[in-house]
Design a protein around this ligand. Sequence first.
Ligand code: ZN
Length: 333
Amino acid sequence: MQTYTRDAGYQFKLEEPLWLPGQISIWTFHHVLDKDALTKQIMPIPEVEIDVDKLEQLIVAFLNDGGQFLSLDAIESMERDPNVSYAVMTLDDGYLNNFDVALPLFEKYQVPACIYITTGYPDGEITDVWNTLNRFIFANETISYVFEGEVHQETCRSLAKKRQLLCRVYTLIETHIAGDDKLDFFAAMQGNRTPITLSRGMSWQQLEVLAAHPLITLGAHTIMHPSLPKLSDEALARELVLPKRRLEQKLGIRVDHFAYPYGHYSEREATAVRAAGYQTATTIDSAFISDFDTLNPYQIPRQYINANLAIIRPGALVLSSISEQLNAEPVVE
Ligand SMILES: [Zn+2]
């Protein structure tokens, strides 16, 4: 595999092109950020975010090259032209920016998309810890929090200090504070300017709009976003069956598609996804889809696209660039 070094000194791998004639590529995104979000960002996490302008460039480059977007439901049955490149847009987790920022872009170019929902977000069972902290630390110059009964007070005026504090408090929460106690931890956090508000992804009201939207397919992505291979058989079944039922009952739709959190799966998980009644499950094993006869519908590959995406020759060749250090386990889902 070729590598090159960008100005900042990052080492990148040049991966395969994002589209090829006669082949289907399923693209994976998470956060889609607008200017406002980018200016309020203390520290980027390139593995799980893309600038909306860059996503638009990618869509335009693909369409200018004669590419066609497909919905996930259409890929198996459609007749394929060997000269045309196909892509399926997918987004994981169900973040609020999928609704506010990505949807208008998809409408502008009529791009169908599948959004995999982690139902713990709309149900208020889990919190997006990183983004909750980012917003709070960005908006305040001093913050205080309680850990092991002791009050800690911190000043964070500079970006460097905010960065340091964000990483420290995030690690503290994720390593020491259990599920339900995170809410108590946040409730006790104080800032000198702005009170804390929890980041929780899309609400059920927004999901209702998406459920009725002709471009959007909703899939499931567990309740709590665990790494499935670590779960007992009972816990695994719960994380597969309950979010499907919840989305179907709450939104009056059928939920046929599932995506493995972190792309973690083995034969056991693939079998359990089938048993839970899903028609497909997507991984993040990077590959093009050329032959459906040999494709396991519960191990569908997807290309993982991140903020380091480089459009090297617009309309001709697009490569996904992933730095070495980013190949480690994602810091946040
Ligand atoms: Zn995820």
